[in-house]
Every structure is written in C-alpha cells, then in structure tokens.
Write a protein that binds this ligand. Structure first.
Ligand SMILES: Cc1cc2nc3c(=O)[nH]c(=O)nc-3n(C[C@H](O)[C@H](O)[C@H](O)COP(=O)(O)O)c2cc1C
Length: 192
C-alpha cells in the first residue's frame, strides 16, 4: 500500500541512529517520498553503532542532501512538504530548533517547517536530561512540535531490539497518521 506523503527525515548524531534507519525502511515500503539529511555527527554514530556508511543509509531515501547544502529546495517554505522528523534528535539540534539558530540544513528545514505551521516531530535521545534539555523540550512542545522520546514501552512484550525500535518508530507513524502494524496495541486486560 502506498502513502501519498512528502517528508523530510533528518538523522542527527545521537545514540539510536537505528530508529532513523528503521523509519526510512518503513517509509520506503510504504512508498512515501523522503528527503534525507544526515548530520556529520550522525555519520560517525552510524559507523560506530550500525557499521553502516551514510551512502548505505541514503539508499533508503528518495532524495538526499548534504547538511551544508544551503541550496536545497526546502530552504524555502514555498517547497511544500507534509512535515519533518528528526530521528534521533541530539540535544544540540534540539537547542537549535528551540532557538531558531539555523546554521545547517537540518535546522533551517526545521525552522521552515515551524514557520509554515507544518508537522515537526522530534525523537530526542539523551539521559539523564539537564534543565537546559528539559527547557528546550518544553519550548519546542509549546511551538507545536510532537516530542516522541526514544522511550520504548514494554507492554507489547518485546523479544528483541527490533521490537523496541519498532515501538518508537510506530509512535512516530501514529503522529503522522500513517497506518502500521509495528507493535501490538494495548487493548485492555485479556479475558482468561
Ligand atoms: C557515539 C556517540 C553517541 C552520542 N550520543 C548522543 C546522544 O544520545 N544524545 C546527544 O544529544 N548527543 C549525543 N552525542 C553527541 C553529539 O553527536 C554531538 O553533540 C554532536 O555535535 C551533535 O551534532 P548534530 O546535532 O549536528 O548531529 C553522541 C556522540 C557520539 C560520538
């Protein structure tokens, strides 16, 4: 089944780049048009955590951009998208989104997404969180950003890491209104 959406996907250098990879896989299966930006720090984390190069990851996206490319179409709000997901989102990129400090393509794309009142979803990953991180999360939430922390649940009885990853990715898809069966939903107490 194909889903008619055009999305910007940004992957930043937090632990958990597997969330971004999995989201791209699912969106590709659903034939969603994806525009991918990978930060320089994310390239390093990709190699470390998934033994994967940026080039390999880019095969999962419809279009790819360099994080320093200030000529990308979505530098302008006139290029229409259905939203943007930053997955995983570092505390550095979160701070940039919260303050409007758009010094790379990821931050400019997020700034445009906000000013055009389009859907912005961030999947922050850090622990523990400082007061600065919490303030920035509150700031973006007040701006209408959907904050979906990389905090998987356990009620669906995960058996492998992929089940935990799918839970978080499924929550992102819920925010986008994209149907999925990545995890079994809680349906109340089962009858014995
Ligand atoms: C292996 C590794 C794991 C990291 N994990 C995190 C993390 O979970 N959260 C975070 O905010 N930063 C993390 N960092 C630090 C960021 O990569 C760093 O702040 C970087 O400047 C972020 O840049 P970016 O937001 O442009 O990707 C990690 C760095 C490395 C090398």
């Amino acid at each position: 089944m194909s889903v008619n959406l055009r999305l910007i996907v940004a992957i930043t250098g937090a632990s958990g780049v597997i969330y971004g990879k999995r989201l791209l896989e699912v969106l590709k299966e659903k034939r969603v048009e994806t525009h991918l930006i990978v930060s320089k720090a994310a390239e390093k984390v990709l190699e470390h955590e998934l033994e994967m190069t940026k080039k390999d990851l880019e095969k999962l996206a419809s279009h790819v951009y360099n994080v320093d490319d200030l000529n990308a179409p979505f530098m302008s709000g006139s290029f229409q998208t259905d939203g943007m997901i930053i997955i995983p989102c570092t505390m550095k990129t979160l701070a940039g989104v919260a303050s409007g400090y758009s010094d790379n393509l990821i931050l400019r794309a997020a700034d445009v997404t906000l000013k055009e009142r389009r859907k912005l979803i961030v999947v922050p990953r850090e622990t523990p969180l400082s007061v600065v991180h919490l303030r920035n999360l509150l700031t973006v939430a007040e701006l209408g950003v959907a904050v979906v922390p990389a905090m998987p649940a356990y009620y669906h009885k995960p058996k492998k890491i992929g089940d935990l990853v799918d839970f978080v990715v499924g929550k992102v898809l819920d925010c986008l209104g994209v149907e999925h069966r990545l995890f079994e939903r809680w349906s109340g107490r089962k009858k014995s």
